[in-house]
Design a protein around this ligand. Structure first.
Ligand SMILES: [Zn+2]
Ligand SMILES: [Zn+2]
Length: 197
């Protein structure tokens, strides 16, 4: 079992065409691939009462409550929500770096999603950010030269970024992490137990 996986999508990401109908919270719980599991559906599909249903459904399964923010214009909304962590597409844009700083200042952990794939300049993000090694994307570019300069500046995590049940693994991300000598940071201690009410 993996120690932690905090970047997972489910059928709550209704507009993401990579998500399949079988990618439900129940199936992820049944597969049980990680000790600490967090769900990070796209925040643009979690407005209003949908967010409440999402939060309740995650709690029911003992999953950590996250969300992925793709558009910097959704940061205000993300800051209003009682998320346990945020996952952010930090494009190489001054406004995104400012948004990253605001989210870090809120005191809630901020994961910088697949920085190579969205062109994040790691010299411009706050050192409190947790930088992701993403199983879906990391193999596509020169990860060695991208990550090596930053080994001492950041903490790192591995993520599946699963949109489908067979993506619930971190094999490539962990290979890369081992090559780079990364020790992953665990954001949460114990797995929350499913309540037996
Ligand atoms: Zn993403
Ligand atoms: Zn994602």
């Amino acid at each position: 079992m993996l120690p932690q996986d905090l970047h997972i999508h489910t059928v709550f990401s209704t507009g993401d065409s990579s998500v399949v109908p079988e990618q439900t919270l129940e199936l992820i719980a049944a597969v049980g691939h990680a000790e600490i599991t967090g769900i990070s559906d796209h925040i643009e599909y979690l407005s209003g009462s949908i967010f409440d249903s999402y939060a309740a459904a995650l709690k029911e399964q003992g999953f950590r409550l996250g969300a992925e923010i793709v558009n910097k214009n959704d940061v205000d909304y993300a800051l209003e929500l009682p998320l346990e962590y945020r996952v952010f597409h930090c494009y190489d844009d001054q406004k995104c770096y400012k948004a990253a700083q605001r989210m870090v200042d809120s005191g809630t952990p901020l994961i910088i999603a697949h920085p190579m794939a969205v062109g994040t300049n790691l010299s411009r993000i706050p050192p409190e950010c947790i930088v992701e090694i993403n199983n879906r994307y990391v193999w596509r570019n020169d990860w060695d030269s991208f990550y090596t300069p930053w080994m001492d500046r950041f903490n790192f995590i591995f993520s599946s970024d699963a949109h489908q049940p067979n993506w619930l693994n971190q094999n490539v991300a962990r290979y890369v992490g081992a090559q780079l000598g990364i020790r992953e940071t665990l954001l949460f201690g114990e797995r929350k137990k499913k309540s037996v009410a």
